[in-house]
Design a protein around this ligand. Sequence first.
Ligand code: BG6
Length: 512
Amino acid sequence: MQQPITSEAPRTNGQPGGPCAMVIFGASGDLTKRKLIPALYNLSRHRLLPAEFAVVGFARRAGTTESFRAQMRADLARFCDCAVEPGFWDWIESRLHYVSGDVSDAASLKRLQQQLAELERDHGTRGNALFYLATPPQQFGPIVRALDAAGLAREQPGNWRRVIVEKPFGRDLSSARALNEELRAVLSERQIYRIDHYLGKETVQNLLVFRFSNGIFEPIWNRRYVDHVQITVAETLGVEARGGYYDGAGALRDMVPNHIFQLISLVAMECPISFEANGVRDEQSKVLRAIAPLSQEDVLSRTVRGQYGAGKVGDRELVDYRNESDVKPSSSTETYVAMRLEIDNWRWKDVPFYLRVGKALTRRVTEIVVQFKRPPFALFRGTAVEKLSANRLVINVQPDEGIQLHFGAKIPGAVMKIGTVDMEFNYRDHFGAEPATGYERLLYDAVLGDPTLFQRADMVEAGWSVVQPLLDVWQALPARNFPNYAAGSWGPAEGEQLLARDGRRWLTQDGR
Ligand code: BG6
């Protein structure tokens, strides 16, 4: 599916955005080479970048425009999921520039300013600038203050300045609020683009289209017909080289208030009054604020944490999480979380939302399951009502992007027997697979000035408010049974018990 929402948005229309320069802070880091440059390359292939466009890489590492271009060319060949076509790459490469410097140094900012002035002259970028903070979060505040001091954050009549920030947006509710204040001391909210790469995924964007462009689902998308919802984000990888960051964060902070809550908000939100950015984000924010707060008892009874021990995932042997590099040998950081949440509003009251996320699990899969209620009465002789399987809608976010609807059908033969069958839509079969990093749509929208798929401050704070009680209780009561699941399993037994207590089970793992 090409640009499903943009086809309805008057501003986008599949046309390139207006002139601008993009400045990447942290240009020598992983994100730049793995995601940002490949995404810009893909956008250029689709002719979605403006003709008047240029990129400035800014980092402390010594280097020149020539060395930066050569490095990005080599990295693209390594990280782009495609054969690099020289014509498109040459176009981008001729627009790449590099400034080596430190944001705490006024002379470095001066050089950046001069570079931007040159680009305005040579590439017609018209003073518009998109600053991408691909840096550790401690630098967000210093960078925006440096931009302010250099006069680079201020918009003048006729031009715009926008800042993209990457998660983590704080590490708890109070630090998230402090970060929002730090950013807003310099920028207005409409200049801040908080990126969540889950919203760059086609299947996640499709949730809006699926729910609100089809008439048949909305009437049954509520507590009368839905029994419960499950969201599974299972990864097979361990922490790899990110032990230093991850051990201070854990699965809850790393995935839940951001990626998972984006998924919940899109599944559970009310229909927005329009697809204009604040129309959509108001509804997402409202549903996040309606998640029932967890008491201390709820944290103990409705949430599960786990940490992986040694085991085999496929044919890879993983060591204990505590033996991974840069992880404390006595770490009580969780690598798995499961919980049962409820949304206190008219649509969802009493419909449990079960979530789980974990590293070093048996299969890589991100899936949303909407389980409908069973039919009230068994009409067919010999089939007890509890034997009838309920309808289920499964949205595969990755890796096999698609949607399935499970329903009962008569098994052919003289005897009345009911079996479960699927109706299936698969993205790849239907639309073909386009190489993409997930950042294309988000960068494109940021250039256009469409913040619909970016998080607003209130959404971030609403997410942290929900997880804050877990952070508090878990900190006060460090887990004593870690490691409690083997790498290559589906997580700790308590994760299964969480649903079993309600007479349910995780539906993703049984292979359906
Ligand atoms: C990142 C987390 O935000 O998302 C990682 O920091 C995680 O720990 C990743 O692996 C998952 O993203 P995806 O797109 O692979 O599901």
